[in-house]
Design a protein around this ligand. Sequence first.
Ligand SMILES: [Zn+2]
Length: 331
Amino acid sequence: MNDSPHLTFDLDKAGVSRGYLVVPKGADCEALSLPVCSISKGEGPRLLITGGCHGNELEGPIVARRLIKWLPEAQTCGRTIIVPELNPLALQAWTRNTPVDGKNLNRVFPGRADGSVTERIADAVSRVLLPMADTVFDLHSFSPTWDFPPAVITHPIADAELMAKTLKIAEAFKLPVTLLWEYYDTPGMFDLTAHEQGKVFICTEFGGGTVGAEDLAIYEAGVRNAFIALGLVQGEAKHPIFQRQESSQTLETLSSDILTSPARGIFEPRCSILDEVKQGDLIGLLHPMDSLSAGSIDICAPTTSIVCAIRSGLHVEADEEIVYLARPLKL
Ligand SMILES: [Zn+2]
């Protein structure tokens, strides 16, 4: 019996091969077999694509499965490894975290061989798949309770060369937004482990809300553009149309650009994503639910900025994030 995470097939075989990444069993659950597809066309870039890290973000697994259909013909060199569903337990439960251990897969990297199931998945990815790639596309969605434009997100990277390389590939998706998001103090994220191994790590955030055909076409087009930029696929990159426009902008969100709710209640948006707001402009209203006599509270823009993400659906608790503002990135 093999107790180490392993692949059930040879990834170096030329052409298309399919098999599983086996995550060994532990005290909390049986072994998992995650479907993996590899498309090998000789020398060239080595790319790893992962979807379904969070179980309530279904766009990534769908786009990853589309890639498995068109890449065998479209890819002309290099190797692409695709794992459409990194966390099948969370996907089955439609939850962000794994129900078995309550852990967020994107907070337990590089994982632990003797840990709980979420840590064992991270360990399998870090030790078996990550060393086989130079670049990683990790396909996420912002959240079903947010309105968010199709975007590629990266966090500030201390290594200036890796930062520049990452931003260049991020912009090559030509999605409406490329966002440099100041997001510190979050150990265990997949990108940190990838950066430690010197990899370019791209996190796509495929919108929020529900899974729709029009949005999926935008996400797929973005990923195709990135394949062209990496040289894995021949062709001409095209801007996907979003809000009737063919445009891309590179933005920056600082920690101070995140607005939180002043009270528990219902948030009513008064702006749409990518709206430009000036200092004092009304972004939304918070209707407290604790008392009918309490009036609504205005949520105003603290500074001239662009509305990058806005909460939609579900009531909010006090201090919960409701708006992400952004501004054009100046490097
Ligand atoms: Zn996610």
